[in-house]
Ligand binder design. Structure first.
Ligand code: G6P
Length: 370
């Protein structure tokens, strides 16, 4: 068993460290050698079909749903197609408006989640095409979908998903660029910059991984608290939700993720002396807005850790207690980096509390009941 963990203490830590490879493998063969376009040749959908898509529904459960929240921003900003996101257990019961020009994207690491599979079937019954983003070739979801985009993260053993989530983000970036190519929604220069930045992500994750000692320290002090908060705006809010779920799953510490600007409409009442707040501040256009929300929680005594971009850390440092900086990338791509410190925080918090990191209580890796 130790051998399977390749020298790591837990599968989760091993899988966190496999992310650079998972990113490279998921991009492999899908980006043109000249770095100017993404062409997902494995998809059967024709350009005419892509041009006919009027809206996208992204449906998934758990961590995969959180990848879908980032996917919504990616598709809307790159392909300019409106996207709705749903948790699969809600989708069918709200009579969603599914038409033949709706592309339904289901996201599932295992490809076996019962609610996700049921959502897929409902979508197809209504004449929509279904694209599956999955980590398991030949899974039920992969077999029943019209098209499959495989995330090449490799087998994920730990119940808490890490490399599958981040590879789903890579799949969404590739899909967004593929749609943009067909629809002509992006300038060539923008595409070129995005692709160059995508290629840098694996090395950037590696550099984050070398800084895990700092996160271990922060996690150990967080572990003494009963409750904490994650805040962010835009894609930072999506990542905040994933960070919060990860922490709950394996450390059993209560946490909530909030859109930073929404805090003052209620949740701010829970901020008191010493409450840890993890603030994601990676979106250039929103720096000032999120900083002002950080000041609101600081004024109530919160202990704030900010995750921000290299280059902005000195400015953020003036308003927070601790700063973790991620390497510079484009705003849309920050989730593929900012989630890594949050995964490590959860891991070390769980470890500090003596929990079973890889097999948390009450949870299963794959949920095949509705
Ligand atoms: C379970 C797992 C989660 C996962 C969710 C969806 O709850 O514990 O980690 O995100 O199922 O799984 P899927 O295989 O569909 O991505």
């Amino acid at each position: 068993v130790t051998a399977e963990k390749a020298g790591f203490d837990h599968f989760m830590l091993k899988e966190i460290h496999e992310q650079p490879k998972a990113y490279r493998d998921t991009m492999l063969g899908r980006i043109a050698d000249d770095g100017l376009s993404v062409n997902l040749k494995e998809l059967s959908m024709l350009d005419d079909y892509i041009r006919s898509i009027s809206k996208v529904h992204i449906v998934a459960c758990g961590t995969a749903y959180h990848a879908g929240l980032v996917g919504k921003s990616v598709i809307e900003s790159l392909a300019r197609i409106p996207v709705e996101t749903d948790v699969a257990s809600e989708y069918r019961y709200r009579s969603p408006i599914i038409t033949p020009d709706t592309l339904v994207i289901v996201v599932s690491q295992s490809g076996e989640t019962a609610d996700t599979l049921a959502a897929l079937r409902e979508a197809r019954r209504n004449g929509a095409k279904v694209l599956a983003i999955t980590n398991v070739v030949g899974s039920s979801v992969a077999r029943e979908a019209d098209d499959v985009l495989v995330t090449w993260a490799g087998p994920e053993i730990a119940v808490a998903s890490t490399k599958a989530y981040s590879s789903q983000l890579i799949a969404f970036y590739l899909l967004g660029l593929n749609l943009a190519r067909v629809l002509g929604t992006q300038e060539q220069q923008t595409v070129k910059e995005l692709i160059a930045a995508l290629h840098q992500l694996p090395e950037q994750v590696e550099s984050i991984l070398t800084q895990s000692a700092v996160l271990k320290q922060v996690a150990e002090s967080m572990a003494n608290h009963r409750s904490l908060f994650f805040i962010g705006r835009g894609v930072d809010y999506a990542v905040a939700q994933e960070g919060s779920l990860k922490l709950k799953e394996i450390s059993y510490i209560h946490s909530e993720a909030y859109a930073a600007g929404e805090l003052k409409h209620g949740t701010l009442a829970l901020i008191e002396d010493g409450v840890p707040v993890i603030a994601l501040v990676t979106q250039e256009g929103l720096y000032e807005k999120t900083l002002s929300n950080i000041k609101e929680v600081k004024a109530r005594g919160a202990h704030v850790l900010a995750v921000t971009n290299a280059g902005f850390e000195h400015e953020v440092a003036q308003s927070v207690d601790e700063v973790f900086s991620i390497p510079k990338t484009l705003p849309l791509l920050t989730p593929a980096l900012s989630v890594v410190p949050l995964q490590l925080l959860s891991y070390y918090a769980s470890l500090a509390l003596g929990h079973d990191v890889d097999k948390p209580r009450n949870l299963a890796k794959s949920v095949t009941v509705e």
